[in-house]
Design a protein around this ligand. Sequence first.
Ligand SMILES: *[C@@H]1O[C@H](CO)[C@@H](O)[C@H](O)[C@H]1NC(C)=O
Ligand SMILES: *[C@@H]1O[C@H](CO)[C@@H](O)[C@H](O)[C@H]1NC(C)=O
Ligand SMILES: *[C@@H]1O[C@H](CO)[C@@H](O)[C@H](O)[C@H]1NC(C)=O
Ligand SMILES: *[C@@H]1O[C@H](CO)[C@@H](O)[C@H](O)[C@H]1NC(C)=O
Ligand SMILES: *[C@@H]1O[C@H](CO)[C@@H](O)[C@H](O)[C@H]1NC(C)=O
Length: 277
Amino acid sequence: MMFRVHSLIALVALSLSTLASIDFQDELHYVGQELPGEPVGYITKIGGVTTYVSLPKNLDEPPEKALLFLTDIYGIPLVNNKLLADQFAGKGFATFIPDYFDGDPVPVNQTGFNITEWRLRHTEETTTAPLLKVIHGLKQTGVRTFAATGYCWGGRFVLRLSQNNTIVVGVTAHPSQLIVPDDFIKLNVVGKAPLQIHSAEFDGMFSPKVAPIADSVMNATDAFSDLTPYAPGYVRVHHLGVGHGFAVRPANTSDSGQIAALQAAFETSAAFLAQHF
Ligand SMILES: *[C@@H]1O[C@H](CO)[C@@H](O)[C@H](O)[C@H]1NC(C)=O
Ligand SMILES: *[C@@H]1O[C@H](CO)[C@@H](O)[C@H](O)[C@H]1NC(C)=O
Ligand SMILES: *[C@@H]1O[C@H](CO)[C@@H](O)[C@H](O)[C@H]1NC(C)=O
Ligand SMILES: *[C@@H]1O[C@H](CO)[C@@H](O)[C@H](O)[C@H]1NC(C)=O
Ligand SMILES: *[C@@H]1O[C@H](CO)[C@@H](O)[C@H](O)[C@H]1NC(C)=O
C-alpha cells in the first residue's frame, strides 16, 4: 500500500515537473528589472573558465573557502548577478561566478530570442564541465571547502554538487529543471550538505504544488515516511507575492515589496551559509 501511494505521488510529481519544464519559455517573461549599482569584483580565468570574482575586503590570504554563485540563464553579463555576488562578498564570502555558458548566456531583453535553440546548445553536461573546471582551478589555488548558492538554472547544480558532497552547504532560489521527487530522494539518501530553498508564490517551475513534495521527501513525511528526515538540515522559505526569479531579478524595482523579498532571500541565504560554512 505504501508503495502504491508513494509511486502515485511520484507520478503526479513527475507530470507536474514535466509540465513546468515545458514552460521554460517563461524564463524570458520573468526577466525582471536591472538593479542599480556598479559591480566591484573583477573577471578572470579560473581553470581556463571565465569567472567573476568578488572577494571580501581585508582578505589577505588566498581563500580556503569559496562560495560558488550559480547563475540564472543570463549569467555574468546580468549586472544583478554581479551585484548579488558582491553582497555575498560583503558578508565575508569569497564569491565566484563561473561562466558555465561558455560566453553564450541568454541575452537580457533581446526580443525574438530563440530560447529553444539556446537550450539545445546548453545541457546539463555542457554546464557541468566548466563548473567542475572552476572547482578544480580553485582547489589548486588552495580552496578546501565549497558552498553554493544557485538561482533558476543554477539551482539544479546546487543539488548536483550536494548529491555528491562537493559542497558543504547549498542554497537555491526558484530552481528549474529539478525532477521532483527523484532529485530530493537522491539528496536525502546520500547528501551531507544542509539545504535551504527559497520558493515563490508565482513560480511555474519550482511551483507551490511541487515544493511540498520536496518537503515531504526531506522531512520523511507522508508518502516518504520510509526515508529518514534529512539530518544535515533542510529549510524552505516560501515568499508570497513574488514570482520566479524574484531573488535576483525583481519584477519591479520601484515596488518596495519586491525589493524587500529579494533582500530577505539574500539575508536568509547569507545567514544559512554562515551557519554551516
Ligand atoms: C528589461 O527591459 C525593461 C524595459 O526596458 C527594463 O525595465 C528592465 O530593467 C530590463 N531588465 C533587465 C534585467 O535589464
Ligand atoms: C527556434 O528554434 C527551434 C529549434 O531550432 C525551431 O524548431 C523553431 O522553429 C525556432 N523558433 C522560431 C520562432 O524561430
Ligand atoms: C559531482 O557531481 C557533478 C555534477 O553531477 C559531477 O559532474 C561530478 O563528477 C561529481 N563529482 C564527484 C566527485 O563525484
Ligand atoms: C520540515 O522539518 C523541519 C525540521 O523539523 C521543520 O522545521 C519544517 O517546518 C518542516 N517542513 C515542512 C514543510 O513540513
Ligand atoms: C512598480 O511599482 C510602483 C510602486 O509600487 C508602481 O507605481 C508601478 O506602477 C509599478 N510598475 C509596474 C509596471 O507594475
